[in-house]
Ligand binder design. Structure first.
Ligand code: CU
Length: 166
C-alpha cells in the first residue's frame, strides 16, 4: 500500500519537471536571415549617376526592409521604385518573409548619385546595405558593361548543362 503511493508521487514530480523544461524552448534568438546575390552595376554613361541592381533573399519567417545604402564612390545612394514608365524615390523597399527583394533593370533599383569617380567595367564598387531589422551587410558590386543584362535562366541552365553533355 505505502509503496504504491510513493510511486504515484514520483510520477507527478517527473511530469512537472518535463513541463518546466519545455518552457525554455522558444527563447532562442530569431530574426530575418538575409543573403545578397546577383549584384551588378552597368558601367554608367553619366559622370554623376549610376544605377545598381541586386537581389536580397530572406530565409526566415520575419519580414524586413532595405532602408538605406551607402557607398564610398557616391555622395548619396537612393532607393528607387519603378511604376510603369516613371520612377520615384522611396524610403524603404520591403523584403517579404521567405521571399526576395529584387532590384533589376526596368524595375526597382539603387541610384548612386553625386559620384566621386566614374566606375569602369571590371571594377568593383563596395557598398553597405542597411536594413530595418537585420544587421548591415557589406558587398562588392561588380561593374559590368553599359549594356549588360543578366539572363534570368543563368542559374538553372548552368546546372542542367553540366549533366546534359554526358
Ligand atoms: Cu532611378
Amino acid at each position: 500500500m505505502t509503496r504504491r503511493t510513493a510511486y504515484a508521487g514520483a510520477l507527478v514530480i517527473a511530469a512537472a519537471l518535463t513541463l518546466t523544461g519545455c518552457g525554455d524552448a522558444d527563447s532562442g534568438p530569431s530574426g530575418p536571415e538575409l543573403s545578397v546575390g546577383s549584384a551588378y552595376m552597368p558601367q554608367p554613361v553619366s559622370d554623376s549617376m549610376a544605377a545598381g541592381f541586386l537581389v536580397v533573399a530572406n530565409e526566415s519567417d520575419d519580414e524586413d526592409g532595405l532602408s538605406s545604402v551607402t557607398s564610398d564612390i557616391a555622395g548619396e545612394v537612393t532607393l528607387h521604385k519603378t511604376t510603369g514608365q516613371s520612377m520615384e524615390r522611396v524610403d524603404e523597399l520591403g523584403i517579404p518573409a521567405h521571399g526576395e527583394l529584387v532590384l533589376e533593370s526596368g524595375g526597382n533599383h539603387l541610384m548612386f548619385e553625386k559620384l566621386k569617380r566614374k566606375p569602369k567595367e571590371g571594377e568593383k564598387v563596395s557598398l553597405e546595405l542597411h536594413f530595418t531589422k537585420s544587421e548591415p551587410i557589406k558587398i562588392e558590386m561588380p561593374v559590368k558593361s553599359a549594356t549588360y543584362r543578366p539572363t534570368a535562366s543563368t542559374k538553372s541552365s548552368a546546372k542542367s548543362s553540366s549533366t546534359a553533355h554526358h
